[in-house]
Design a protein around this ligand. Structure first.
Ligand code: SF4
Length: 356
């Protein structure tokens, strides 16, 4: 679809949209724990967790995180192992590490309080244009746009915008549009209303237009072209990487190593090596036993992991080869932050007769 020149909606259209969305949000919004607070810290944590993660998945993590680390100081001072344990299973662990870095900066430069200013918020690690706008509008009531994927879908359908939102010109256009449409009378409700509409009504597939409070203003509905928006450039397919993963074990104990890959930083993992590397020469009770494979999908990579069960008779065998590793029993294993890819691998290995 070819982009056509775009003009911003007129004041009357804009006002009707704002009134309809804010009114609908007041009646139909889902009750979510982060909507019951105006605490900027809690809203910030929720926004970071919600990046690339579904609402239902986030809720228990959010509650657990806030119970353990209720404020900026607690987050800044938390041991990394606790922080990553609280994040285990959510993925994208750099989000947790950036949260902590940012909390330390908030203490150092902002007296322990998140700044009510998008420019200052954007200087904090992990906070980009969208998150700064979300915190500023939701926690501080500032008339700042918060344009995420849901909002882009809604706006592109409402106004029939055929610009690729991933390209620089598209990003600029949707940000300008967001600023123009954000309701200065109630930016918090307005921004959450557009996001809520995108998440629950104007969904990527089969939008529920008959339940939409702004269907009368929607260009895509009139032309029946909802499925054509938003326009997106073709994505590069993720890279497939094959690993050999070694599960070294003794009765009641399993051997873990610190994650060496960028995606596993700060987490514990099983030793792994490239598919074409020879398995390390370890003194084992019996030869490595193949015990199947598991697949894990990251954003830009798919890991295909071939698993080997290796029973050791001497703990030094593993430590001499991997001096930074450690032997753990099942209760320690449950306390350590382990990436989801390796939790999956462990589940598979544990069905092959290992006893922990
Ligand atoms: Fe989305 Fe349909 Fe509403 Fe248009 S009418 S904004 S396509 S839900």
């Amino acid at each position: 679809m070819k982009p056509t020149p775009f003009t911003l909606p007129d004041p009357d259209w804009t006002l009707r949209l704002q009134d309809a969305l804010v009114g609908w949000y007041g009646q139909c919004a889902r009750q979510l724990p982060w909507r019951e607070t105006r605490d900027p810290y809690a809203i910030w944590v929720s926004e970071i967790m919600l990046q690339q993660t579904q609402v239902d998945t986030v809720i228990p993590y959010y509650l657990r995180f806030l119970a353990a680390l209720p404020d900026v100081t607690a987050l800044a001072e938390a041991p990394e192992e606790l922080l990553l344990k609280l994040w285990e299973g959510l993925g994208y662990y750099s989000r947790a590490r950036n949260l902590q870095k940012a909390a330390r900066m908030v203490i150092e430069h902002h007296d322990g309080r998140l700044p009510a200013d998008t420019g200052a918020l954007e200087k904090l690690p992990g906070i980009g244009l969208y998150t700064a706008g979300a915190i500023a509008s939701i926690a501080f009531g500032l008339p700042e746009p918060a344009v995420d994927g849901n909002v882009i879908r809604v706006y592109s359908r409402l106004l029939g915008i055929a610009e690729d939102a991933g390209a620089p010109a598209g990003k600029k256009l949707f940000q300008t549009l967001g600023r123009h449409l954000t309701d200065p009378r109630d930016p918090s409700s307005y921004n959450q209303a557009v996001m809520e509409l995108g998440a629950t009504v104007c969904t990527p597939q089969k939008p529920s237009c008959e339940n939409c409070p702004v269907s009368g203003q929607c260009a895509a509905r009139v032309t029946g072209t909802q499925a054509s928006y938003p326009v997106k450039a073709a994505k590069t397919p993720p890279r497939i990487i094959t690993w050999q993963v070694i599960c070294l074990w003794m009765p009641g104990r399993l051997f873990l190593v610190p994650g060496s890959n960028r995606l596993l930083k700060g987490l514990w993992a099983l030793p792994m090596l490239a598919a074409d590397s020879p398995l390390p020469e370890l003194r084992l009770e019996s030869p490595p036993l193949p015990v199947g494979s598991v697949k894990h999908v990251f954003t830009h990579q798919v890991w295909q992991m071939a698993l080997f069960s290796c029973r050791c008779s001497d703990p030094e065998t593993a430590l001499s080869h991997y001096p930074e590793g450690r032997w753990v029993d099942s209760s320690t294993l449950s306390e350590l932050p382990v990436s989801t890819a390796f939790r999956k691998a462990l589940k598979q290995v544990l069905t092959s007769g290992i006893t922990l």
